[in-house]
Design a binder for this molecule. Structure first.
Ligand SMILES: *Cc1c(COP(=O)(O)O)cnc(C)c1O
Length: 376
């Protein structure tokens, strides 16, 4: 039986990306490795619209978040953390572990962070040295408008802006230099359509300056140490990099850097959402401006989400459940990879079957979803 992975990380990778990892290994001290790294860096520069250096760690996204916390914070720093879910809370927790004092602002689950809320929090807490934000809160399917949030904070009052982009980069615009992000963390296995195992960290010029003045409490995640070797004519890593994953990321970036990729992702999200609502499910994120192009969360009209989830899995479709307070209450379906009408109709058809054919409240879900898909 075919299995359709719809978890928001890992996401399905293309055969081309999978096969790229089977290439013979190369040593990581030498021109071949530098060439591979520079190829990735060049593609990331196009994706992020910035030529800044990106550090790649053999870690998942949490490692990339830890790298930001370890390099930017410590007991002398107060961090303002605006969270709207499990991953915002995690970034806060990691930062607290490095000794930073935390000022917390919590937005209700299913809602996004508005520029007003974030800017007011900065205004109330002028002593905060860093602001922690999440671009895409994967636990609820909320997308936060980072560009507008940063723009709402007066430039001369801006703390260093650290952003969890683990489930956003690759699936939606994220232009850290243009927007004023100082530290961006992401990972391979979501929007970047690569197997799990790589954490990526990008810093602004202001960000590099700030970390170069601090002593990092982590040996492995010391960004300044990494940058020293990356800045050589032939860039290197201080420690053995997972070369096979570099091949995969290099191949996957070619699939993302196509015209119209971001609008395809949001079109698929909107079409799937229309079909899910027509089937009578409730979308967790009520305001469509905050709905993620990468992951959609919904609950069941009868409340029995476990039965729907079980039926989906029996049909070969693997979604994710809720996390934290939402455990057992929602289903999350991802659409980071090249989801188009065939995949949308497959997901909706399986949801229809999972509800029990003829279930009350089912409108013309295929028609509604197709109408949105065809709007372009
Ligand atoms: C998945 C995710 C993480 C954690 O990533 P891991 O790769 O599981 O360590 C952090 N933040 C967000 C927003 C995520 O979606």
């Amino acid at each position: 039986m075919n299995r359709y992975l719809m978890t928001p990380g890992p996401v399905p990778v293309s055969p081309n990306v999978s096969i790229s990892q089977a290439r013979p290994l190369i040593g990581h001290r030498g021109g071949d490795f530098s060439g591979l790294f520079l190829s990735i860096e060049d593609k990331l520069a196009r994706l992020l619209r910035s030529g800044g250096r990106t550090v790649l760690f053999p870690s998942s996204g949490t490692g990339a978040l830890e790298a930001l916390a370890a390099n930017f914070t410590g007991p002398d720093v107060t961090a303002l953390s605006v969270s709207c879910g499990v991953f915002g809370d995690r970034f806060r927790e990691i930062t607290a572990l490095y000794g930073a004092k935390i000022v917390s602002v919590d937005v209700p689950l299913g809602e996004g962070v508005t520029p007003d809320v974030a800017a007011a929090a900065v205004e109330r807490n002028p002593g905060c040295g860093v602001l922690l934000l999440t671009q895409n809160e994967t636990s609820t399917g909320v997308f936060n408008p980072i560009d507008k949030i940063i723009a709402a904070i007066p430039k001369d009052k801006r703390p260093l802006i650290l952003v969890d982009g683990v489930s956003s980069v690759g699936a939606m615009p994220c232009f850290p230099e243009e927007w004023g992000i100082d530290g961006l963390a992401t990972a391979s296995q979501k929007g970047l359509l690569t197997p799990p195992g790589l954490g990526l960290v990008w810093l602004s010029e202001r960000g590099w300056e700030a970390v170069s003045k601090r002593k990092c409490a982590s040996y492995y995640f010391d960004l300044a140490r990494q940058k020293k070797l990356l800045d050589k004519d032939a860039p290197e890593n201080p420690y053995t990099p997972p070369v096979s994953l570099y091949y995969a990321l290099d191949a996957a970036l070619d699939e993302i850097l196509i015209d119209g990729w971001f609008s395809l992702r949001s079109r698929a999200a909107r079409s799937l959402a229309a079909g899910i609502e027509s089937l009578g499910f409730s979308l967790l994120v009520k305001d469509e401006n905050f709905r993620s192009p990468g992951v959609t969360a919904f609950s069941s009209p009868s409340g029995d989400i476990a039965a729907v989830s079980k039926a989906l899995k029996a049909a070969g479709v693997e979604p994710a459940g809720g996390q934290g307070e939402l455990k057992g209450k929602i289903i999350r379906m991802s659409h980071y990879h090249d989801v188009r009408w065939p995949e949308i109709s497959l997901a909706l058809g399986c949801l229809y079957a999972a509800l029990g054919a003829g279930s009350a409240g089912v409108r013309d879900f295929m028609k509604d979803a197709l109408a949105v898909w065809e709007e372009k």
